[in-house]
Design a protein around this ligand. Structure first.
Ligand SMILES: C[S@@+](CC[C@H](N)C(=O)[O-])C[C@H]1O[C@@H](n2cnc3c(N)ncnc32)[C@H](O)[C@@H]1O
Length: 284
């Protein structure tokens, strides 16, 4: 019997990544997108990952975990002033930065944090050099538009940009508005759970596995819905999957994140309400 071509297992290889778990789950509103992040790192094998807005380190540590799991040798950079902003609120930046730095030193010694404003960090990266650029700073329209304009030139020819909070349309949140423009200019994927995630394939020379994922996403409705709902469900289950008795991850769940787990059903219900509401507003 002839062997099937290796790429017959592509969908399985993508799905496998969704079931992987981060080494430690720090308090974050980003948790629901961690399954997708693993798939992204596995397929794109980026040379570098730059995150604008790190806070406790939820998404950043997940990226480091994926890099380790898939041995992609991706250089991970996290940038934040650890001063908080009008959405994250004011917080104990020195303590959070200190704890995260110590955790990374012990677990992901190659990861680099820069404690400074995004604008100031621009000069650290050459134009056209960043493979995955994750925007998660202040979520007003003016702030995300400014961050995107300043950092877009840093994206490489295989560059992918991630935008958190594209599904939040209340108050001053304005990432959705920028996202409307971004997604009209390049291939994209989007998720609506955990406040929404936009994935913009801005670089014109995407690695073959990324091209294949995008192709499945755009041309195969069944795959897209399966992939999207699997990301959503696994993202929602993540905290529970990380805390069997004695698991290393438990040590890093803060008291607040335990509370967050209890409040999660309420958060979900209000997110669903907001989504229905915003869809309703669109239709009307
Ligand atoms: C939404 S939080 C990041 C969440 C994080 N990615 C996670 O996984 O939970 C936004 C962070 O961006 C930082 N921030 C906002 N604007 C900034 C700027 N212009 N320069 C540096 N840091 C900024 C804030 O201090 C805050 O910690």
């Amino acid at each position: 019997m002839s062997k099937p071509p290796a790429d017959d297992l592509f969908e399985w290889a993508v799905t496998e990544a969704l079931f992987a778990t981060t080494a430690s789950l720090f308090l974050t509103a980003w948790a629901g997108h961690i399954p997708f992040l693993f798939a992204l790192i596995k397929l794109a094998r980026p040379r570098n990952y730059v995150e604008l807005g790190v806070h406790f380190g939820g998404s950043f540590v997940a990226a480091c975990s994926a890099v380790e799991r898939y041995r992609t040798e991706t250089a991970c950079f996290g940038i934040d002033n650890w001063r908080g902003d009008q959405h994250a609120g004011a917080y104990e930046g020195d303590r959070i930065f200190g704890e995260l730095s110590a955790y990374l030193k012990a677990n992901f010694p190659n990861a680099v944090l820069h404690r400074e404003n995004f604008e100031r960090a621009l000069s650290r990266f050459a134009d056209g050099s960043v493979d995955v650029l994750h925007f998660d700073g202040l979520h007003t329209f003016d702030a995300i538009a400014r961050d995107f304009e300043a950092w877009k030139p840093k994206l490489s020819r295989q560059g992918v940009a991630l935008f958190h909070d594209i599904a939040v349309r209340e108050g001053e949140f304005g990432v959705w508005k920028l996202w409307e423009t971004v997604k009209s200019s390049c291939p994209f994927m989007e998720f609506y759970h955990s406040a929404g995630l936009g994935v913009a394939f801005i670089g014109p020379d995407q690695p073959a596995p990324m091209g294949r994922l995008l192709d499945l996403w755009t041309s195969n409705d069944a795959f897209r819905e399966f992939f999207r709902t699997t990301c959503e469900h696994l993202g929602r289950l993540l905290p529970g999957r990380l805390d069997p008795p004695g698991a290393e991850a438990v040590k890093h769940l803060t008291q607040r994140s335990q509370l967050w787990k209890l409040l999660w059903p309420i958060t979900r219900a209000s997110q669903a309400f907001r989504q229905v509401n915003s869809i309703g507003q669109k239709i009307l």
